[in-house]
Design a protein around this ligand. Sequence first.
Ligand code: FES
Ligand code: FES
Length: 177
Amino acid sequence: MSTSQASNLSPQSTPGRSITLRVNGESRSVECHDRQLLVEVVRDQLALKGTHVGCMNGDCGACTLELDGQIVKSCLMLAASADGGEVNTVESLGSPDELAPVQEAFWNNDGFQCGFCLPGHLFAARNLIESNDAPSDDEIREAIAGNLCRCTGYQSIVCSIRDAAASARAESPRASV
Ligand code: FES
Ligand code: FES
């Protein structure tokens, strides 16, 4: 589904409420319709386009972000239900000049091609490594099972996450992933 199709799903012309989110460390208030999805608010009102719109039904993981410390598929959540929450999008992870360790691992291992799936894979990788910094390949594949990639064939993603986990183990005390 294209972004323009996604935007047409909700009647954004008639905002129904004001919500406040802490987004990537900053407090942001936005007007949204009661039925507007979190992914739409993040992309359209907050202009954070790194969160992608794919299937809009929870299958692809392109819309993944962090809400109150948990990774969520933001196409499955109403924005209103996140009111007062803390949202971290892929833009919070690093910058082109200073990649987060997990981004660096994906870069070094050709863990993406078009990059559409990348937000979901990065958040899934971080989530896994934070609880298990020596995952087996099977555990990595299980952790990314909710994220679809049309380009890589997945092996380079598994290698990227293995590498990110090795970097995390090498840090003492462990830096953020
Ligand atoms: S767009 Fe949310 S899971 Fe595909
Ligand atoms: S890199 Fe293109 S969809 Fe994964």
